[in-house]
Write a protein that binds this ligand. Structure first.
Ligand SMILES: *[C@@H]1O[C@H](CO)[C@@H](O)[C@H](O)[C@H]1NC(C)=O
Ligand SMILES: *[C@@H]1O[C@H](CO)[C@@H](O)[C@H](O)[C@H]1NC(C)=O
Ligand SMILES: *[C@@H]1O[C@H](CO)[C@@H](O)[C@H](O)[C@H]1NC(C)=O
Ligand SMILES: *[C@@H]1O[C@H](CO)[C@@H](O)[C@H](O)[C@H]1NC(C)=O
Ligand SMILES: *[C@@H]1O[C@H](CO)[C@@H](O)[C@H](O)[C@H]1NC(C)=O
Length: 496
């Protein structure tokens, strides 16, 4: 038994020599990572510069990934459109990227996390949404502190000042809702509570925000927590300022979106800043290090180089920079262990489930010939009905004319049924009137008119109301002599 086991071991050494001696030759010369960002947002821009800076640093550092060049492939995404964002991310995962930095937006991160598990592409996400966890999604790694931490900080401030009851204003998506849920937990643990939660759509109009703020200003609590993205957040603060909600008697606490925005955007006008005097915001703390000060000192030249010269570094920049380094170090350790990267077109990605291959191929073809955008515009676009209607009229759509055939058949059947009915009536009328026809001959010119009237009254009499008939039959049974006298035939039968 032992000997056969040993032989098996020896055999396996001969058969699989790769596991024994690591060879540097097996390292690929180029490895790609991907990033999914919203490039025209402040956070997206800062992240883009930070990723490129990290890739440059890694490639020029001989102690990490020696002999391998790291490349980055960036995709721009639109957070407001979950469907397109998802499809873009899926397509991206089908390419030869070994890890993805992002996606930047929580809603897309939620959708993608499920697929990342199947495709085995690690997501180094900076979605701070606390409900995304690597316990549920092994291929999801958060590289930002979860919202639980900043909500704990906010709750601690509220508790310190003994405010007890607060109002929460949040953007009504995964990020906003889950953040406020985390705040609720933290406040409950400190015996405080949110008395009113006001959610709004991320693309809410100014009038909606105005109504929301008017409602909020009538609430019991004047302590307002603002958890949203930077665009609607700034809009809301400026409206609040015009409603005099920034003065005495109000407390505003903005979550880290405000600090990230003010840190990064170098061109915020002074009036915007003045309009939000007194607002508290939180910022994640990063420790001092040589790497950090090095990055900060090079930032202005880096941001120029990568076309975001108007952006300064924010906390997001540090975390994203670290994410790329994490990927590089992990890859290095993986290669040191003799690991190899291989891409196959189907078997690795989709564990023997053929439908998924077809599905993703179908999505790819659709998006390649622009069909996907068209389908999306047609079915999922939300906008003014009036403008969309003109585009929507399509030769394949059902319109009133489409039912023309149906109407024709229906009409013809009705007319036919009416004709048959009149035919039957006419026959019965003629048969009924035959004996009396001789009497009515004298009428002259008005004969046809009279006979028409007669015919109509005949048709009218055809079906006397059922009540009448019942009384007739009753009278018939109570007075048997009348029918007997009418029918001489039966009389004879009875007598015989
Ligand atoms: C970014 O681009 C989208 C459309 O691609 C636009 O709707 C949005 O307003 C832009 N955001 C900024 C901050 O420029
Ligand atoms: C920075 O702030 C200015 C003024 O508010 C704004 O116009 C610009 O779009 C902002 N930049 C980014 C990248 O959001
Ligand atoms: C990197 O690789 C080169 C040859 O490919 C080798 O000469 C050099 O010593 C290596 N550097 C480190 C730090 O391992
Ligand atoms: C920056 O913009 C210029 C001009 O628009 C372009 O040629 C260049 O490739 C861009 N650089 C990067 C890193 O995107
Ligand atoms: C996967 O498919 C693409 C295009 O269909 C092809 O270029 C590539 O070589 C294939 N890769 C493998 C590993 O088969």
């Amino acid at each position: 038994m032992k000997i056969s086991f040993l032989m098996l071991m020896v055999l396996s050494l001969f058969l699989f020599p790769n596991g024994i001696h690591k060879s540097l030759a097996s390292r690929p010369s180029v490895v790609s990572i991907g990033s999914i960002l919203r490039l025209n947002s402040t956070t997206g821009g800062v992240s883009d510069v930070a990723i490129h800076a990290a890739v440059d640093d890694i490639n020029s550092d001989p102690t990490v990934l020696n002999g391998t060049t790291l490349r980055v492939d960036t995709r721009d995404t639109n957070c407001d459109d979950g469907f397109l964002g998802m499809v873009q991310a899926l397509q991206f995962m089908e390419t030869d990227v070994i890890a993805i930095i992002g996606p930047q937006c929580s809603p897309i991160a939620h959708i993608i996390s499920y697929v990342a598990n199947e495709l085995q592409v690690p997501l180094m996400s900076f979605a701070s949404d606390a409900t995304l966890s690597s316990i549920q999604f092994p291929y999801f790694m958060r590289t930002m502190p979860s919202d639980l931490y900043q909500m704990a900080a906010v709750a601690a401030v509220i508790d310190y000042y003994q405010w007890k009851i607060v109002t929460a204003i949040y953007v009504d998506d995964d990020y906003g809702r889950n953040g406020i849920a985390a705040l609720d937990d933290e406040l409950t643990a400190r015996r405080c509570k949110i008395s009113y939660k006001a959610g709004f759509r991320s693309n809410a109009k100014k009038s909606e925000l105005l109504n929301l703020l008017v409602t909020v200003s009538n609430m019991e609590s004047r302590v307002i927590i603002l958890h949203t993205g930077s665009e609607p957040g700034l809009k809301l603060l400026s409206i609040a300022n015009s409603l005099n909600m920034m003065g005495n008697g109000f407390v505003w606490i903005a979550t880290d979106w405000l600090s990230a925005y003010l840190d990064a955007n170098s061109s915020v006008p002074a009036e915007t800043i003045n309009g939000m005097q007194g607002v508290l915001t939180v910022r994640p703390h990063t420790l001092k290090s040589k790497m950090k000060s090095n990055l900060v000192s090079r930032w202005s030249s880096l941001s120029k180089k990568y076309n975001h010269s108007d952006l300064r570094i924010s906390a997001y920049g540090f975390y994203v920079y670290d994410s790329v380094w994490t990927v590089a170090r992990a890859l290095d350790a993986f290669f040191d262990d003799g690991g190899r990267i291989s891409f196959t077109n189907d078997s690795r990605h989709f564990k023997g489930f053929p439908l998924q291959v077809d599905l993703s191929t179908a999505i790819l073809t659709l998006s390649e010939n622009g069909e996907l955008q068209r389908i999306h515009d047609k079915w999922l676009k939300t906008g003014d009905c009036s403008t969309d209607n003109t585009e929507f009229v399509d030769s394949n759509q059902l319109r009133l004319e489409s039912f023309m055939g149906l109407f024709l058949i229906c009409g013809a059947a009705c007319v036919l049924a009416l004709l048959i009915y009149f035919g039957i009536m006419l026959r019965q009328y003629l048969r009924h009137e035959q004996p009396g026809s001789a009497i009515s001959v004298d009428a002259g010119s008005s004969t046809s008119k009279r006979s028409l009237r007669k015919f109509i009254s005949f048709v009218d009499d055809r079906q006397p109301p059922p009540k009448k008939r019942r009384t007739m039959s009753l009278s018939r049974s109570s007075m048997p002599t009348t029918p007997m006298s009418n029918r001489p035939g039966t009389d004879i039968d009875i007598e015989s």
